[in-house]
Design a protein. Structure first.
Length: 238
């Protein structure tokens, strides 16, 4: 579960073609990072996968099923937003369970799922606090908790660490790696930070102006960059 395929995907905003014929497959259980300079189309590609944007051409498949016409809620994916997307006026418990409440799940089931997510994320002692009573890293874990309780086939992260300080970023990278080892769920992770990409990914998609320049393991990118753009971006000595 959790294989994601983009098949000749094109996205236009007006006359501007921001995603240009992208085809790639994220394998089940893989941790794939989309990396590239600001404005190259990383967020748009993620939003096309989740269905928050419609493709102009091409198809999106999840586990071989064409989901191009499905709404975001029907795609069994979870987008992890930055920690500032938490609701400030409700507790951690209610923040984590919010989506399940909206979906109409019974209270007992919500409570069980929230408790399990809190255990995985070591948030058990913080469930009755409000977001402002948490550290930046704890808030980020609450944001991840909101995704976990929905049992998605894949997690999609859009620069989740970009508003955390450097030390916390390193700590959260380790935590996301641990999460990935625990859940073994497909993860697609967007960043403009090469170091984050190189240290977290099984495979990296290097994007430039809406095109895939290379899709390879960190080692392959470092040893055999496909072109000067990739070499320059990854910081290879060549
Ligand atoms: P990244 O996440 O890599 O920084 P984006 O995917 O946000 O890049 O944006 C890619 C391009 O698409 C940019 O030129 C951006 O201005 C444009 N774009 C993104 N969303 C919209 C939109 N809703 N309407 C018009 N243009 C957009
Ligand atoms: Mg972006």
């Amino acid at each position: 579960m959790g294989q994601i395929t983009l098949d000749h995907v094109v996205k236009r905003f007006g006359h501007q073609e921001v995603i240009k014929d992208v085809s790639l497959t994220v394998e089940e259980g893989a941790f794939v990072v989309f990396v590239g300079p600001s404005g190259c189309g990383k967020s748009t590609l993620l939003r096309l996968i989740t269905g928050l944007e419609d493709v102009s051409e091409g198809r999106v498949l999840i586990d071989g099923e064409d989901v191009t016409e499905l709404r975001p809620s029907e795609r069994c994916l979870a987008m992890v937003f930055q920690s500032y997307a938490l609701f400030p006026h409700i507790t951690v418990r209610d923040n984590i369970g919010f989506g399940l409440k909206i979906a109409g799940l019974p209270k007992a089931e919500i409570a069980a799922k929230v408790d399990e997510a809190a255990r995985i994320l070591a948030l058990e002692d913080y469930l009755d606090r409000k977001p402002r009573e948490l550290s930046g890293g704890q808030r980020q874990r609450v944001a991840i908790g909101r995704a976990i309780v929905r049992s998605p086939v894949a997690f999609l992260f859009d620069e989740p660490l970009s508003n955390l300080d450097a030390a916390l970023r390193v700590q959260m990278r380790v935590e996301i790696n641990k999460l990935r080892d625990t859940l073994k769920t497909t993860m697609v992770y967007v960043t403009h930070d090469q170091v984050e990409a190189m240290t977290m990914a099984d495979r990296i998609v290097v994007l430039n102006e809406g095109r895939v320049e290379q899709y390879a393991t960190p080692l392959e990118l470092y040893d055999r960059p496909a072109n000067l753009f990739v070499a320059g971006f990854i910081g290879s000595p060549r």
